[in-house]
Design a protein around this ligand. Structure first.
Ligand code: NAD
Length: 260
């Protein structure tokens, strides 16, 4: 059912975005991947997606903190593939520090990449979706779209913002065959999480092992990390026809964290 559609996944050179891009390619969607990394590795990834799944895969290195680059990326995808049918807003960064020590440039970068980029991708992708009368917008938010943790003020503010944006756009396009939803994972062991372990240890004055057990998994009743495949599975459901009535939903995939 998704065969021949075009999907654009921001921040798909790593972690969750890569897993979602792989799953969409497996469903025979043409793919635009985006994100940073080693050029040769990204080219190998692009080639692998094409070869393994028999789809077209393109790479766009647009920086999600740059509105003009976002506009150019969406325009290029639309001119090449006709539309962006499935937009997955996934690119994200993190910084952990007490709010009164939070570097303002880090705050600005987190808000720009984790929240404002979603506004720009959506506003440029929507006209093509409206023309086709079909579209799927899937925002990778976080459990931090629903609850807070100390030392993550910018991230929590951005992700709560993503939840609000998701609901608002869902209402605006509800009668046009376009759904807009947010996925809210708890901790998934990706480079984004691995990188924050030393800073969290420093901020809380504990060891890195204690960060894993006493901080990251403390609030997850399952005591297990969520997997990339589980998040990709939920994204694939949201992209499907069966999910046509699921819109404006803020969907937790968090091992019970936000049930507490
Ligand atoms: P990751 O660090 O593995 O991947 C992030 C991706 O975003 C990479 O491809 C990176 O190159 C890209 N990126 C970063 N800055 C960018 C920029 N300015 N422009 C374009 N691309 C950029 O992280 P991840 O854990 O896979 O996170 C993906 C998303 O999932 C993020 O929005 C994150 O907030 C969210 N999330 C992650 C977890 C988790 O525990 N890992 C939990 C909840 C939500």
């Amino acid at each position: 059912m998704l065969k021949g559609k075009t999907a654009l996944v921001t921040g798909s050179t790593s972690g969750i975005g890569l897993g979602v891009a792989e799953a969409l390619a497996e469903a025979r969607c043409n793919i635009v991947i985006n994100g940073f990394g080693d050029a040769a590795e990204i080219e190998a990834l692009r080639g692998r997606l094409e070869k393994t799944h028999g789809v077209k895969a393109r790479y766009d290195g647009a920086d999600m903190s740059k509105p003009a680059a976002i506009e150019a990326m969406i325009k290029k995808a639309v001119s090449e593939f006709g539309a962006v049918d499935i937009l997955v807003n996934n690119a994200g960064i993190q910084h952990v520090a007490p709010v009164d020590e939070f570097p303002p440039d880090k705050w600005d970068a987190i808000i720009a990449i984790n929240l404002v980029s979603n506004f720009h991708t959506i506003r440029h992708a929507l006209p093509g979706m409206k023309k086709k009368g079909w579209g799927r917008i899937i925002n990778i938010a976080s459990a931090h779209a629903l609850v807070a943790s100390p030392f993550k003020s910018a991230y929590v503010a951005a992700k709560h913002g993503v939840a609000g944006l998701t609901k608002t756009v869902a209402l605006e396009v509800a009668q046009q065959g376009i759904t807009v939803n947010a996925i809210c994972p708890a901790y998934v062991l990706t480079p984004l999480v691995e990188k924050q372990i030393p800073d969290t240890a420093k901020a809380r004055g504990i060891t890195e092992q204690q960060v894993m057990t006493d901080v990251l998994l403390a609030a997850q009743p399952t005591k297990k990390f969520v997997t990339i495949e589980q998040v990709a599975g939920l994204a694939m459901y949201l992209a499907s026809e069966q999910a046509a009535s699921v819109t404006g939903a803020i969907l937790s995939i968090d091992g019970g964290w936000t049930a507490q």
